[in-house]
Design a protein around this ligand. Sequence first.
Ligand code: FES
Ligand code: FES
Length: 153
Amino acid sequence: MTLTFVLNGHPCTAEAPAHWTVLDLLRDGLSLTGTKDGCGEGVCGTCTVLADGRPIRACLVLAAHVRGRALVTVEGLETDGRLDPLQTAFAERGAAQCGFCTPGMLLAAKALLTEDPAPTAQEVREALSGNLCRCTGYAKIVEAVLAAAPGRS
Ligand code: FES
Ligand code: FES
């Protein structure tokens, strides 16, 4: 099938077999490997991307879902070569260690801060509760998201 959608701000047309997920489309069809394949069954959140601004688990959603939508992956977070404030905060505060969970964390956090520019620590924890991290203990991730929240500075 042919899919036409917006990918990281640019019009995109891609071919995909009907059984492909969004994760297959991104990684295998478009070679965008920033989106990680952790569990492949909707548990870990590493495959989180935004579809029309909302976080989705790319491993659970069929590629056909992207038709006509605006998709944002971790590759689309920077603007004109400048990192998103979330990326900078993650780097500066040690919120990324092995980094495997980081793309999904960043996009879940991006959706939160777009909706609520001044979340509490508890709200950040809740927004990221579906994203698992084996390395950081979460404290630095929450700290980084709070530091990047435009309404808190
Ligand atoms: S790879 Fe999609 S939730 Fe784990
Ligand atoms: S930084 Fe390693 S899984 Fe989160």
